[in-house]
Write a protein that binds this ligand. Sequence first.
Ligand SMILES: Nc1ncnc2c1ncn2[C@@H]1O[C@H](COP(=O)(O)OP(=O)(O)OP(=O)(O)O)[C@@H](O)[C@H]1O
Ligand SMILES: [Mg+2]
Length: 510
Amino acid sequence: MPYAVGIDLGTTNCTVSVFRRGVVETLPVEGKTTMPSVVSFRDGGDVLVGQAAKARTLLDPEHTVASAKRFMGDREKTYQVSGRNLTPVDVASIVLKRIVENASKTLGEDVSDAVITVPAYFTEAQREDTKHAGEKAGLNVLRLVPEPTAAAIAYGMDKGKDQLIMIYDLGGGTFDISILAVKGNVFTVKAVGGDSRLGGDDFDEAVITWAAKQFKAQSGIDLAGDTSREGMKARQLLKEAAETAKIELSQSSRTNVIIPNCLGHSLDLELSVTEFNALCEPLLARTVSHMKSVLADAGLKPADIDRVILVGGATKTPAVREIVAREIKEPYVADRVDEVVSHGAALVAANFYLPEEDMLPIEVVDVTGHSLGIDVLNEKHEVTFVPVIPRQTKYPCRRGFMGATSRPMQDEVLMQVFRGEDVNPEKNAYLGELSLPVSPPRVDFVPIGSIFELDADGIIHFTAVQLPIGSASATLIDHAMKHNNELDLPVVDRLISSGKAKVRTVAIKT
Ligand SMILES: Nc1ncnc2c1ncn2[C@@H]1O[C@H](COP(=O)(O)OP(=O)(O)OP(=O)(O)O)[C@@H](O)[C@H]1O
Ligand SMILES: [Mg+2]
C-alpha cells in the first residue's frame, strides 16, 4: 500500500509527516521541518512556494500571497496577482501541491492520499474549502482532522494514562482550544472553542500599530495611511521587523524594532517585554475568555484539567505561558510544538494504509463548536433560530427538526440554514438556503422535515423533506410533541424509501 501523509496546513507554515517503520516522522522541505504557506508569482509565469516565496514578501509584495488560510470559507475573497484572479482555495492548493511533491520525492513514491488538519473552530464552509484545496492539488483527502485533536493524538500515543487534557493552540492566524478526555487510545473531544482570526499575526499587528504611532510622533510620517508603493513596502518591512522583535522578546527582556531606511527616515524603537506584554494584553485576554467558555461548556473547573498542552509557534511567547499558568495551570510544553499537529494527522493517515493487524489503536470522538439550525416561526409568529445540531454535539451525526407550513395553501417553504447561538437568526451566520416546493398545497398545515447531517469531516449536508399528512405522519407528530420537535429519523427514512415522503433537495451549498 502506498503511504498516506498527514498535513498541517497552517496560516504561516505547513508541515507534512508520515508514519513509517513504526514511527512518525516529519518530512523536511528544503532542510526545514516546516514550509512557509506563501506563494509568489514571478513575471514569466514562475510560481514560487515556501521559503523562496517568503523571501519575496519584501521584494515583491504585490505578487506574493501569505496567510490565505485566514480567508478560507470567504467566497468573496480573491487575490489579483500577475493578471490572475486567485481564491484562497487556489492559494492553499498551490501550497499543498508543493508540500506533497516534496513528500513524494523524500519517500520515493507518489503520494496522493492525505489527512489534512483544520482548526477545530473552522466552520463547515472553511472545512469544505480546505477539502477543495486538497482536491485541487490532486490529493485524495482521506479525512479532515481538527488540529488540537491531532496534537492530542500525537501526544497521547506514547502515554498510557487516562487524563483530561486541554490543548491551547495559538498559531499564526488561528486560536484553537479543545478539551479532550484520553482513555487508553480513545480521544473524546469534550468541548471546543476558539477564534479563527486570532494568532501570532495579531501580536505582530499590535507591535506594528505601536511602532507606527511612535514613528509618526518622531518623524511626522503616517505609515499606516501611506498608500503608495513605497508605503506598502515600508509596512512590509515593519511587519518583518515587528515579528523579529516579537520572537526576540521570547528570549530577552528588551529589543529594538529597526528599519534603517523607512521612507527616508531611520526607524529605531526600543521595546521592552513589559511594554510588549501590555500591547498583547487584549489578545491574551481573548484567549482567556475562550478558555473559560470552553471549560464552562465541558462543565469543568480549571482544577479538573490534568494537563494543558501548548501547541503552535505563538505559544513560545512567555506571556502566553504565564497567562495559562495563572488561569489554568502550569502548561506542559510539547516538544516540537510546530510539528505535533502534522504528526497526529500522519498517525490518523496511517490507519488508511496499514494492514489490519498493524493498525494503530486510535479512536476519535469529536464534537462541533457551533450550533447548526434553521429559522422558524414561533407561536408568537416571530422568526426564531432553532438549533437542530446543538454545539458540542458528537459527530458524525444526523439530526432532524419537524416543522410545518405556516399558512394555508402555502406552495413553497424557504428554509434558511444558520450557524450560531442567538435566538435571532440575523445575529447568526447565514450558511445558505433552499426552497422546498409543497405539492399539492393544502389548506391544512403540511408537515416539513429538516435534516442535518454532519459528516466525519465536519461538513454539513442539509435535506428538506415534505412529509405525508394524516395517519402516515401520526407517529412522527407524536414523537415531535414529546421530544421538542425532534424528527424521528428512522421513521422518516422509511417514509422516504417507500416514496411516501418527498425529498426535494439535498446538500446545501454554503
Ligand atoms: N519564538 C517565538 N516567539 C513568539 N512567536 C513565535 C516564535 N516562533 C514563531 N512564532 C510565531 O508563531 C506563529 C506561527 O506559528 P505556527 O507555525 O504554529 O502557525 P501556523 O500553524 O502556520 O498557523 P495556524 O495554526 O494559526 O493556522 C507566527 O506568528 C510566528 O511569528
Ligand atoms: Mg498550526
